[in-house]
Design a protein around this ligand. Structure first.
Ligand code: FAD
Length: 503
């Protein structure tokens, strides 16, 4: 066997730099799916620590957990988690307003066009059932109920859900999982990356201790700093803060308020918004704000004044720039998590982006080959995915009646990306919501947020006129009545947790 053949027969040496949520998600998934094909080392530094936030998710995380064979009750218990049916947006449209972006269906499948077109006509003809009544998730969230669908319980409508969890417990949980599958963890601070002088590929990472860890492929999970993808390989950062201007957060856990709501709450403030994430053992609170319009003392005071329960730690300050690395995969290194970019946490999409980045990497994994086409494909898909989520986030800020502060006046009058303007124009003129390619948020998400933010459709789809008026009334009423019945059969969220997965 030649030296090259012998090397090719050995597992690829994969080095993950960073042990936050991104690093351990990567280690867990790759050790599960690639087992003997990869020899995985993860380097993390306790002295540097992790960002320590990131506690709300979207339903796709359940696919990640299922793929890893994780038992849900054990997982929720280990992470002090709760269930999440959507996000409530308070004061976003105007002060005093509230709507919920619920996961799952709005209405039912009745024809070729989405249900909401039928509802638009129903409203145009004087019907008074509002959009909340069409979503089981929204009704259940408001009633603080949660349960798994199943015929025995008489709950037949699907109730898509995600989790809230303690970010530190989550990383620890995945660490145990990955180490059991052979991932080697090295403690220490990386101080330099060695590169091949011709290709620029990374060949090894040097630790402060003097140790060197060689690898064939590297995943940069080093957080905002982007040690490998940015500082070493020079992939620059596309700054989107002219569209999403919030650039600071102050976070602080408090004791629970006992309500255990099955949803995240986002309350708009004068120069940003505040999150409320109920966990079993505490509440996660944070204030995301724009430093051009508010200083950190004022932002902290707003958080202190509005966080429920007793303080469990001092407020912690974070800085970020919304945007994305131009090349998320460069040479033999892929960036995952905060090193790849950051879309602020308004719709809890960052952990999901780690998940899709990983799925994409697994689908396009290059082994030892140099792979310019795989890299180009990966980066093109990442571009599209990020831009679609970016537009959805901008929608929340831009489509508002709020003009009570400089910040809100800026957001409502700023120019938005053409792709978002097109979506708004389509809805305003014809009531159409178009989902591009594989974009994350579907028609019902766009509908709920546009409607909640005060956007109104100029028309409904003409096909709906084929339905007789009485039938239309009865279809909408039946969906609303079914939802109420289904909702009433669901357990109270707190009871469901107490019976199934309490810490
Ligand atoms: P980090 O947690 O920062 O981890 C970086 C790792 O790299 C650490 O282990 C660190 O020790 C290591 N490291 C760095 N430099 C070195 C070095 N030189 N040597 C060795 N090791 C090193 N996401 C959601 O999905 N939902 C949310 O609700 C949500 N809320 C958020 C709120 C805020 C305010 C912010 C800022 C983010 C939020 N996120 C949220 C994003 C989420 O927190 C991150 O996507 C997630 O935690 C992944 O972070 P990470 O692992 O990339 O980085």
């Amino acid at each position: 066997m030649t030296e090259t053949q012998q090397r090719d027969a050995e597992p690829v040496r994969l080095v993950i730099m960073g042990g936050g949520t991104a690093g351990w998600m990567a280690a867990a998934a790759l050790s599960q799916y690639f087992s003997n094909a990869l020899n995985i080392t993860l380097i993390e530094s306790e002295a540097i620590g992790t960002v320590g936030v990131g506690e709300a998710t979207i339903p796709q995380i359940r696919l990640f957990n299922t793929g890893l064979g994780i038992d849900e009750a054990e997982f929720v218990r280990a992470t002090a988690g709760t269930f999440k049916l959507g996000i409530e947006f308070v004061d976003w449209h105007r002060k005093g307003s509230s709507y919920i972006h619920g996961f799952g269906d709005v209405g039912a499948k009745v024809g070729l066009v989405p249900f909401y077109h039928y509802w638009l006509r129903y409203r145009a003809e004087g019907g008074n059932r509002d959009i909340d009544q069409l979503s089981l998730n929204v009704l259940a969230a408001r009633a603080r109920r949660f349960g798994r669908s199943g015929r025995q319980a008489g709950i037949v409508r699907s109730l898509p859900y995600a989790y809230h969890f303690d970010a530190l417990h989550y990383a620890a949980y995945l660490r145990r999982y990955a180490e059991q599958r052979g991932v080697m963890r090295r403690e220490g601070r990386v101080v330099a990356a060695e590169q091949d002088t011709e290709s620029g590929d990374i060949t090894a990472l040097s630790l402060e201790s003097g140790e060197t860890i060689a690898g064939d492929f590297f995943i940069d999970c080093s957080g905002f700093r982007g040690f490998l993808i940015g500082e070493t390989l020079g992939s620059d950062y596309q700054d989107w803060s002219h569209w999403l201007p919030c650039d600071r957060a102050v976070a602080m856990p408090t004791t629970g308020d006992g309500r255990l709501e099955p949803f995240t709450r986002s309350t708009a403030r004068g120069a940003g918004w505040q999150w409320h994430i109920p966990l079993q053992h505490r509440t996660g609170n944070g204030h995301v704000y724009c430093s051009a319009y508010m200083d950190s003392d004022a932002a902290t005071q707003i958080l202190l004044d509005n966080a429920p329960g007793d303080r469990l730690a001092e407020p912690r300050h974070l800085r970020f720039t919304t945007g994305k690395r131009r090349e998320v995969w460069k040479n033999n290194c892929v960036a995952l998590g905060l090193s790849s970019g950051f879309l602020e946490p308004l719709e809890s999409t960052s952990i999901h982006l780690i998940q899709t980045g990983l799925a994409r990497l697994m689908a396009l994994f290059p082994g030892r080959q140099r792979a310019p086409h795989l890299i180009a494909e990966y980066n093109a898909q990442a571009d599209e995915e990020y831009a679609a989520i970016r537009d959805f986030l901008i929608l929340h800020y831009h489509a508002t009646e709020r003009d009570d502060t400089e910040f809100w006046r800026y957001c409502r009058t700023m120019a938005v990306p053409d792709s978002l303007q097109h979506k708004l124009d389509m809805f305003r003129s014809s009531g159409q919501i178009i989902r591009q390619h594989q974009e994350l948020f579907d028609v019902t998400s766009w509908l709920q947020v546009m409607w909640g933010q005060g956007e109104r459709a100029g028309a409904y789809h003409p096909m709906v006129d084929a339905v007789p008026a009485e039938e239309l009334q009865s279809v909408v009423s039946k969906v609303a009545q079914d939802n109420v019945q289904q909702c009433n059969r669901l357990p109270v969220h707190a009871n469901y947790i107490a019976e199934n997965c309490a810490v």
